[in-house]
Design a protein around this ligand. Structure first.
Ligand code: RRO
Length: 308
């Protein structure tokens, strides 16, 4: 079955791709994504200077998901800019994820990365793991200021990676910001920030940074991810492409994201756990689910969630 899709006018050969952060920091990891069945190559969120990230252990997987406090380990934007031509040779879209340690970093990075011509740029407003730096996406004014600055220097389709919101008032407020900033696509959601996983046997936290607090991913966050996809799909009446991220472990999870309004889905925790062979498995599972439900292609079910 054809599982290709389109995000902000760019065609993706498959609707499955890595979530930023999952197996996409080094050149070797990015090339492995290029050779895999992933429908795109998404880079790790980049900062101005290369970073080692937070002290280890900083990632921990458990039966329901994962917790991480990586702390933006990345090669620095100059290295990713230099890699983009090689990544584009795989014939699938390259999404550059732009972050920063302060507001001024974002336009600096965005301008140079844009000149390297990735197919799309994703602006990460939602890293939960830099000690002392709140998630920008929880500050509507700061988000608007930053998005207007980066929009001026970005000429490829621009998306925004948002943190999860837990109240319709926050969906509305960010929806209004997004509507004023020329955003071409949304990626929903980043990890559920500042969770705490406890090992009752050792009576300890499971990751070292920030006293054990970190971003949650995987199955346990799926309902939060689906709610955010659905809320923004409704706000924009299906007119802004949405990438659904959060809790996609099986093909049926991707189907649920599509029903809520996603056009593609990204894979974080289960990609780290299974490796790049996960993409082939997910394609098989989603194709089986779509056939079983009588859908011939992705668009036929997109946003079609029924209410009671
Ligand atoms: O590097 C990280 O700690 C990290 C980032 Br930038 C992010 O956006 N989301 C996340 O869960 N971890």
């Amino acid at each position: 079955m054809d599982l290709s899709t389109t995000i902000a006018g760019v065609r993706f050969p498959s609707c499955f791709m890595n979530a930023s952060g999952a197996l996409c920091v080094t050149r070797e990891e990015l090339l492995a994504l290029g050779r895999s069945r992933a429908g795109a190559i998404v880079t790790k969120s980049m900062t101005v200077e290369p970073r080692d990230g937070n002290p280890t252990p900083r990632y921990y997987a458990f039966p329901g998901g994962s917790i991480n406090s990586m702390g933006l380990p990345n090669l620095g934007y100059r290295a990713y800019a230099a890699l983009i031509p090689e990544l584009k040779s795989f014939g699938k879209p390259v999404i550059a994820s732009v972050a920063g340690l302060c507001e001024d970093d974002f336009p600096t990075i965005a301008a140079i990365i844009n000149a390297a011509k990735p197919d799309l740029i994703e602006v990460n407003l939602s890293c939960p793991n830099i000690p002392g730096k709140p998630q920008i996406g929880y500050d509507a004014e700061a988000s608007e200021r930053l998005l207007k600055r980066v929009r001026k220097v970005i000429t490829v389709p621009m998306g925004v990676k948002l943190p999860p919101y837990f109240d319709p008032a926050h969906h509305t407020a960010m929806g209004e910001v997004i509507g004023r900033c020329g955003v071409d696509f949304l990626n929903l959601i980043n990890s559920v920030g500042n969770g705490l996983v406890v090992d009752p046997e050792r009576e300890t936290v499971v990751i070292k940074p920030k006293g054990g607090f970190g971003g949650l991913g995987g199955t346990i966050i799926k309902p939060v991810a689906l709610a955010n996809v659905r809320a923004f799909w409704k706000i924009f009446e299906g007119q802004i492409s949405i990438i659904g991220t959060g809790g996609v472990v099986h093909g049926v999870d991707a189907f649920e994201h599509l029903l809520c309004g996603a056009s593609a889905v990204q894979i974080g925790t289960v990609l780290v756990e299974e490796g790049v062979s996960v993409f082939g498995r997910l394609e098989t599972e989603l194709a089986a689910q779509l056939s079983k439900k009588g859908y011939a292609k992705l668009e036929d079910c997109r946003g079609k969630l029924k209410e009671l």
